[in-house]
Write a protein that binds this ligand. Structure first.
Ligand code: PGA
Length: 248
């Protein structure tokens, strides 16, 4: 049995006041209708604040990227051990915005996952096809490359990992994969892991991301291989985020 997980990806949004208010309102609305695990991935500079505000609540704080390096002359970078020391739990790796806008590629992302795991963080490794790739029928080969780059690496610990399927064309666009399209991709990803790691695949959580809202979350989360969501826009609104958590 996989415990559902809902993670908010706040991207480069907020201010000290906004982050504090948003976390307080999420926290105060967590009730016994929510049985999923909850995470929020915040900008680096707010990680400490978010951890303080989250306090002893069930919300676990994460970052949105991490350096693949341990320490040294990497101006502007933040290491996994720095995040761990602050009390971070998760870190997103390979979000499509990192892949597309910052040219992060599979090989580098795998080293980021390793760095995160070595420091004791749980990486949330994101994959997904662009609109052009889907139109040209390459969805599954793209996902396969992204997943295999990770699971073919013997140093990756599959028990300390979350995957996220986020079709790039669905992120921030209001377009969502249909529950069937999403389930098909999730089942494909789980099978790839199964081919490599057997029954371990049944324990691995695979989140869906891409325009998840309170009104489409329920049918998506109903799918057998969808274990929760990675939520962008809707996670900036406490009520919407809480409704999504209730559906999980
Ligand atoms: P969205 O973003 O929910 O705004 O589409 C999802 C994500 O980027 O993780």
């Amino acid at each position: 049995m996989r415990q559902p997980l809902v993670v908010g990806n706040w991207k480069m949004n907020g201010s000290l006041q906004f982050i504090s208010n948003l976390l307080h309102s999420i926290q105060s609305n967590i009730d016994d209708k929510i049985s999923c695990e909850i995470g929020v991935c915040v900008p680096f500079v707010y990680v400490g604040l978010a951890i303080d505000v989250a306090g002893k609540s069930s919300i676990k704080v994460g970052a949105q990227t991490v350096s693949e390096h341990t320490s040294g002359a990497y101006t502007g970078e933040v290491s996994a051990s720095m995040l761990e020391e602050l009390g971070c739990h998760w870190v997103l790796v390979g979000h499509s915005e990192r892949r597309q806008l910052f040219n992060e590629v599979n090989e580098q992302l795998v080293t980021k996952v390793m760095a995160a795991q070595r420091a004791g963080l749980i990486p949330i490794y994101c994959v997904g096809e662009t609109e052009a790739e889907r139109k040209s029928g390459d969805t599954f080969s793209v996902i396969e490359k992204q997943i295999n780059a990770l699971i073919d690496n013997e140093s990756i610990n599959l028990t300390n990992l979350v995957l996220a399927y986020e079709p790039v064309w669905a992120i921030g666009t209001g377009l969502t994969a249909t529950p069937d399209e999403a389930q098909e991709a999730h089942a494909f990803i789980r099978q790839l892991v199964k081919n490599k790691a057997g029954d371990l695949a049944d324990k691995l959580r695979i989140l869906y991301g891409g325009s998840v809202k309170a009104d489409n979350a329920e049918t998506l989360f109903h799918q057998e291989d969808i274990d929760g969501g990675l939520i962008g826009g809707a996670s900036l609104d406490a009520n919407a985020f809480i409704s999504i958590c209730q559906m999980a």
